[in-house]
Design a protein around this ligand. Sequence first.
Ligand code: AMP
Ligand code: MG
Length: 416
Amino acid sequence: MTPYEEALRLILDQARHLETETVSLEQAGGKYLAGPVESPTALPPFANSAMDGFALDTEGRELPADSRWRVLASVAAGDGGGEPLEAGAAAEGETDRGLAVEIMTGAPVPPGFDTVVRVEDVEVEEEGDDHPAAIRVRVPVEPGQNIRAAGRDFDVGDPVVSPGCRLGPPEVAALAALGVGRVPVFRAPRAAVFATGAELVSDPDRELAPGEIRNSNGPFLGRALAELELSVLANRTMGDREALFLEALDEVTSQGVDVVVSTGAVSMGRHDFIPAAVEKAGARTLFHKAAIRPGKPVLAAVLPGGALFFGLPGNPISVAAGFRFFVRPFIRALRRQPPETPWRLPLAEAVGKRPHLRYFRAVEMVETEEGGPAVRVLPDQKSFRLSPFLSAHAWCVLPEGLDELPAGARVDVFPL
Ligand code: AMP
Ligand code: MG
């Protein structure tokens, strides 16, 4: 039996580089970045107003309430060229008023103006043709207010996104704002799912004969792989028939598969043909049986051609755990993503376990009496029971070497 950490290392050592392609930002959504992107420009590109109001030239001074201003012009978002406004060019004969321009949110702050006051804090003293001509500011004024400086969000050369990063809505927004139209991404890894078991039925409209059950592992893995943006070449059942398995393996290998996940037939039963079949296919077994629960009989092997084969045992929660803690870390490594950092959270209640195994358990998030976060291991978890998982918020890891973890013990917690 291989300890989990060692089994994981054997797997991660096999992750090879995925090819990359450069695609438009639109096509890149949901894909994984293959190289870093640094900011090609400053954002905001120019100093602009954070408010609808008036830009003032305070000459760097703080001013008490009720300061009075002559309004030279009005600038809206999108105004750019035109005559540069010179705050220094004072209105003729004006002594008791400073110089202001009416300004809208997002409009460039004209040179020489150093602060913006909100329209709500202003009283118009004199109307003009298309903007107020003179105003009084009811509140004290400090220089530098309500101006979004150029480069305040990103400066030229700032790191924006790093390799392995998934391009979700925030990343797409930042790259679009910076004018980055094309990015390098990894191609989607190709996966195949083979559900073994003579008892399996995949067609939901077919009535079950005695002894038959429905295939849930196939749909589970298909969905789990699709959510990680893999392309699923095949998702099949094959009874417990080695010949069908070898044929299917051949087929997906020739299609350039990167990851094959099988379920069932990997333990000690008479029909558990997977360990011998993968050797027959010319694969090199990395380990068979890991010191974990659920999912102990798991097997990993390198297929001829370099794809990784995961033989997960058939029980649905063994599949879920094996996928979460072996297959998913491998997929991360294909995309050059760093290992995940778990949350560390206290257990709300004590849990017992077998000391030599690492346990993966479904948990719900709860609140401690002090109001902090904690996790509670959901009751009655069995490798065949899907129902606890429907109320799970996350996985927790109960480490090997312990036979009980007391309430309050901190454990690693991973998102589902
Ligand atoms: P095995 O690892 O092949 O001995 O299967 C262990 C248990 O998981 C048995 O009760 C199987 O019937 C069940 N099982 C196997 N494959 C599936 C599947 N694709 N969907 C649901 N249950 C399965
Ligand atoms: Mg079986």
